[in-house]
Design a protein around this ligand. Structure first.
Ligand code: CTP
Length: 216
């Protein structure tokens, strides 16, 4: 069984205001759909997006990073999850306190204290070491060859820090784009350019790669 995280998280300051990011969820949804098409059982744990659940995929909707981690943890305990793919754009920080109702701007503090959120992928990988884990790294590719090499190095470091088998590097431009350039960056060994692809095509390639590679 696959567990795929997708979409942004929302970190509420009060009942209406929140911290989030521009993730559309399309990449995670495409990946879940591609695994489903290959006959895999898929759980999609998704932050708030405006996409319908893909066919043959069970979706669980969550809001915050803490909730995403709790739901994933619960499912990893109860279900035979073997492959974890972190595609969610989890907010790294959340407001330290949540106000009730909707305070007026005069009642809001001039500064908001933020505290770090847990790393969903890394926490799950640590708690469930039998999982094969993969992720995405959205990095600034900078200028030319040197910028790309530096981004690949950052992606590899991130992959090792989170104990993943491999991470998919993409540039900042990928966030809204129909098509973007991607690299497959294994924890050990060289990176492989996957070229410019749309998200659906990339998703099928990634699923086939994971299924073809023997677990380490
Ligand atoms: N991720 C996660 N939980 C977090 C942050 C990231 O599960 N709190 C996962 C993402 O789903 C993605 C991978 O980790 O698969 C890399 O995300 P990224 O935001 O690039 O990683 P960070 O550790 O937040 O790195 P940075 O220091 O560059 O912000």
């Amino acid at each position: 069984m696959w567990l795929v995280t997708a979409g942004p998280t929302r970190e509420y300051l009060d009942e209406v205001r929140f911290l989030s990011n521009a993730s559309s969820g399309r990449m995670g949804y495409a990946l879940a759909a591609a695994a489903g098409e290959r006959g895999e059982e898929v759980l999609l744990v998704s932050g708030p997006v405006s996409l319908p659940p893909p066919e043959r995929v069970s979706r669980i909707e969550v809001v915050s990073a803490l909730e995403m981690l709790e739901v994933c943890r619960d499912r990893c305990r109860r279900d035979p999850v073997r492959i974890l793919f972190g595609v969610a754009a989890v907010c790294d920080l959340r407001p330290a306190a949540r106000f009730s109702g909707k305070p007026s701007k005069a009642e809001l503090p001039g500064k908001i204290d933020l505290v770090p959120n847990p790393d969903v992928l890394k926490s799950l990988r640590t708690e469930f070491p039998h999982l094969r884990a993969f992720g995405f790294a959205l990095e600034d590719l900078g200028e030319g060859e040197a910028g790309r090499e530096a981004a690949l190095e950052r992606a590899r470091t991130k992959c090792r820090r989170k104990s993943l088998e491999a991470i998919v590097l993409n540039g900042l431009g990928a966030m809204d784009a129909g098509s973007a350039e991607y690299w497959w960056v294994p924890a050990r060994g060289g990176a492989e350019a996957l070229g410019a692809r749309n998200k659906e095509d990339l998703a099928r390639n990634l699923v086939d790669r994971v299924l073809a590679e023997p677990a380490p």
